[in-house]
Design a binder for this molecule. Sequence first.
Ligand code: NAP
Length: 228
Amino acid sequence: MTITLVTGANKGIGFETAKQLVALGHTVYVGARDAERGEKAAAELGARFVQLDVTDDASVQAALARIGAEEGRLDLLVNNAGILANESLDGPAALHAFDVNAVGVVRVTEAALPLLRESDHPAVVTVSSSLGSFWAVTNPDRPEYGLPLALYAASKAAATMLTVQYAKAHPGIRFNAVEPGATATDMTAAFGIGRPVQESARVVVRLATLGADGPTGTLQDENGVLAW
Ligand code: NAP
């Protein structure tokens, strides 16, 4: 049985990723910051709710402590929680964007590392974005070129870099970042863009389930490795 934690799993890509992993037989912990939303999602998925706000150290510590007490290990961590942070461009907005999208990855990963080390085939997948790829945003032929989402892009660049650095520091754990594809979720609703969440979650699940001889330290989309 694969023990899995998905952060921000009460809706969107995280919810659908959790659903597909449950269907593959994983024991999935649905991390959500709001108990009501999280409980409802977990019940619908046949998964377990764990309260987890990626901006709150105590919440993250308690969530991983519970998984440790119940399972003794963690096989797969999906760092999915994220925000678009496009309402303003100032200090507080920047701190919040980085707190959720980048520092949150550090908080959860650091708390998870002791449990990941107890797994035979540990893996971490961070749902990042091609908007955090210097290659993509400086390439006029790419859609990312025309999207001025400074805080989102910068914080996702940090999330991808953290993934690469974690992969180098922990060769026994597979760390990869993923661009799931433009997806119709609450995050993108104002733009009216994106494909069904099922298709994008499949990209996350593929990278998460590649097996012990899979790659590490990469940023990938559905076509494979993406320059970052
Ligand atoms: P979404 O529907 O808005 O879902 C975001 C999830 O993150 C929600 O469950 C939300 O919980 C959670 N979250 C936000 N702040 C949190 C916090 N402090 N602690 C814990 N959870 C928190 O968006 P989505 O499109 O599914 O996005 C999922 C991931 O995919 C994000 O990392 C996003 O950047 C990435 N992504 C999305 C697209 C796209 O086109 N949609 C493309 C590339 C990458 P609440 O319900 O409590 O707010």
